[in-house]
Design a protein around this ligand. Structure first.
Ligand code: F6R
Length: 247
């Protein structure tokens, strides 16, 4: 997997935002839609801030952009501060000119009995949009991408999953305490992610071991991100910390 290494997360984030902006503008020039797959968590926050800056200061328009988010806690009200729906609006959508009808996020309010059908519909919506042009990913310390925890099938599609305990602990900071972190989530599957035409995985800070395993280790369902070795257009954008254990 090609890796771009930056001295700090801000520079890496600017690099990714620039690639996204270039894609949006190229598509605009051709009169085409631009379909983005988006992630939440601490990793992409600076990148979203840079996209907002490009919109406000450099006139980057999101009118032709369609988005699909990777995941959402389940169950959780859309309006909860911790929901990824809220996160995306707080960090990006409230500050740009995207058409709200073009925003897609798995919904933590879906009725349990309808989830299967809703997940199939989510896959269908991605296909109808022409597939994801560029998918942004973070990575969990256990190698998860989206909320595809270790053991997720490489053939998996959008579905309801159990969160690993380590993921609930890592994300407890967003909630009052660990007991308040939902045990379930809805996530795009590994095969959904792999169908994207271009993938950029960002990682900063204390993730050197899992980055080395993902880039250089065996391709195994025990390390979900390792499947990215088999994608033909995937780049990892790292800082010096996260690249420290690459040979
Ligand atoms: C979030 C997502 C997760 C995170 C991962 C890292 O939409 O898909 O895979 O990217 O858990 O989270 P942070 O960035 O908070 O370290």
């Amino acid at each position: 997997i090609p890796c771009e290494i930056f001295s700090n997360p801000k520079e890496g984030s600017r690099y990714v935002a620039k690639e996204i902006a270039t894609l949006i503008k190229d598509k605009q020039a051709k009169g085409e839609k631009c379909v983005l797959g988006l992630a939440t968590g601490s990793t992409p926050i600076n990148m979203y801030a840079e996209l907002v800056r490009l919109h406000k200061e450099e006139g980057l328009s999101f009118k032709n952009v369609i988005t699909f988010n990777l995941d959402e806690y389940y169950p959780l009200e859309k309006d909860a501060y911790q929901s990824y729906w809220s996160f995306m609006h707080r960090h990006l959508f409230n500050h740009i000119d995207i058409d709200p009808a073009n925003i897609h996020i798995p919904n933590g309010e879906w009725q349990k009995e309808t989830i299967k059908a809703r997940c199939q519909e989510y896959e269908q919506l991605i296909d109808n949009a022409g597939g994801i042009d560029l998918q942004v990913l973070g990575i969990g310390n256990n190698g998860h991408i989206g909320f595809n925890e270790p053991g997720s099938s490489f053939f998996s599609k959008t579905r309801l999953i159990n969160l690993d305990n380590s993921t609930r602990v890592a994300n407890a900071r967003e909630f009052q305490n660990i007991a308040k972190v939902p045990r379930l989530a809805i996530t795009m599957g590994i095969s959904t992610i792999m169908k994207s035409k271009r993938i950029i995985l960002m990682a900063w800070g204390f993730k050197a071991a899992i980055i080395a395993k993902s880039v250089e280790g065996d391709v195994t369902e025990q390390v979900p991100a390792s499947i990215l070795q088999q994608h033909n257009n995937c780049t990892f954008v790292l800082d010096e910390n996260t690249s420290a254990e690459l040979t």
